[in-house]
Design a binder for this molecule. Structure first.
Ligand SMILES: Cc1cc2nc3c(=O)[nH]c(=O)nc-3n(C[C@H](O)[C@H](O)[C@H](O)COP(=O)(O)OP(=O)(O)OC[C@H]3O[C@@H](n4cnc5c(N)ncnc54)[C@H](O)[C@@H]3O)c2cc1C
Length: 373
């Protein structure tokens, strides 16, 4: 049996960031991942470090994303220096384009609400008309249907596979025990310790972190927690490479450092289904061409889908078990954006019990309140 102070189940971007954070405080951290065919959002996402538009009706979440974006440049630089992995992180600000006046008016209302909900009206994102956006994107002509859009200086993007690789490298360099290809099957809480049976032997730990993405609900139930997450499918496609023409990420459209365009504009609730739908891909491609007619000639070279991991209200769940103290659930959408906070504030909470401000917004009790209401 392998014993450690901390055992993290799930080596996606969330479990890996938390595990790296725990290593700052303890040399004894094990990170388990089943690998193989498991559904892994960290391998199929869009790679935005994104603030604008997030957190309507949930001020703390809007702030949480903003705080992550503020520390991201230093975080990315440190991780890159330590591991030698180029994250291709850039923070030029980001745009959301509005196709037609109706979308423009709706977006204006969304931002006005976010501004109203923010502390001291400090929400920093502005609506721009078509010409102003065109000036920001001088090398790519906007289609005639673009009425304008929103711009936030806090947004950026990176290569999400590189981020995951860097986290795994950092964890291993820090002498964490990375056990891949091992599925946790059962968890027992005995004499204040956790015993985990797996596909390859037993593990024990003083504290256990469940960051298993879509596998989290099953494991959480074993330590007395009711956690519900559901899948939302997103489809992505990537084009052949071309010269650099798009200098900032747009919600759903970006050009990578290598020159490919990645398009990710869909949301479907169709259960645990990762099939791609060509009709939907066509609609997505059409929307891109409507925004930038010059991209019509680019060939699509690959498409895939991945499943977002969403709680009932779309916000993170950070919760310690009440019946089995020492067991924690950490799951969230926006796991790329929030990586620096998972590595620092969430790891510190697990080690020292110090809770970030207004932490109850992210606990499971909020669902009890909703049910009672
Ligand atoms: C289409 C799409 C686009 C997205 N775009 C963005 C974006 O632009 N920006 C952003 O910030 N976020 C984005 N996200 C969200 C982001 O990808 C997720 O929040 C993040 O990847 C979740 O990471 P995770 O570690 O919780 O989950 P996962 O990556 O799913 O990892 C969970 C891990 O747990 C392991 N596991 C499960 N059960 C067990 C078990 N029993 N034993 C051992 N291991 C187990 C699995 O093997 C898996 O590796 C996007 C997501 C999708 C699907």
């Amino acid at each position: 049996m392998k014993h450690s102070d901390f055992l993290v189940i799930g080596a996606g971007v969330i479990g890996s960031a938390v595990a790296c954070g725990l290593l700052r405080k303890s040399r004894s951290v094990t990170l388990l991942d089943e690998g193989g065919d498991a559904l892994r959002a960290s391998l199929g996402n869009f790679g935005l470090v994104w603030v604008q538009g997030k957190g309507q009706g949930a001020r703390r979440y809007a702030e949480w994303c903003h705080e992550a974006s503020e520390v991201f440049p230093e975080y990315a630089q440190k991780l890159q220096d330590e591991t030698g992995v180029d994250l291709a992180y850039r923070k030029p600000g980001g745009l959301t384009l509005c196709h037609g006046e109706e979308e423009y008016q709706k977006r204006t209302q969304v931002l006005a609400r976010l501004k109203n909900e923010s502390r001291h009206g400090a929400y920093d994102c502005s609506m721009l008309r078509r010409q102003e956006i065109q000036q920001m994107l001088p090398t790519l002509t906007l289609g005639p249907g673009i009425a304008g859009g929103s711009y936030s200086p806090h947004d950026g993007y990176l290569n999400p596979l590189a981020l995951l690789k860097a986290l795994h490298t950092s964890f291993t360099l820090g002498e964490g025990a990375f056990c891949s290809g091992i599925a946790a099957t059962n968890i027992y809480h005995e004499h204040g310790r956790f015993l985990v049976t797996t596909s390859k032997g037993k593990f024990s730990a003083e504290k256990i972190v469940l960051a298993a993405g879509h596998g989290v609900a099953r494991l959480a139930a074993m330590v007395g927690m009711q956690v519900e997450v559901h899948p939302e499918q997103g489809q992505l496609m990537v084009t052949e490479r071309t010269r650099p023409v798009l200098s900032m990420p747009i919600s759903g459209i970006q050009q990578t450092a290598e020159g490919s365009f990645i398009v990710g504009l869909s949301k479907r609730e169709i259960g645990f289904n990762t099939d791609t739908d060509t009709r939907l891909l066509k609609q997505m491609a059409q929307r891109v061409v409507n925004a930038f007619p010059a991209l019509a000639s680019l060939r699509i070279v690959r498409s895939w889908s991945a499943l977002r991991i969403l709680s009932a209200d779309g916000l993170p769940i950070y919760q310690q078990s009440e019946s089995c103290p020492g067991a924690y659930v950490v799951t969230s959408h926006s796991g790329i954006t929030l990586a620096p906070l998972h590595q620092t504030l969430i790891a510190d909470w697990i080690v020292d019990g110090v809770q970030p401000e207004e932490f109850e917004s992210f606990g499971t009790r909020r669902f009890d309140v909703e049910k009672t209401a």
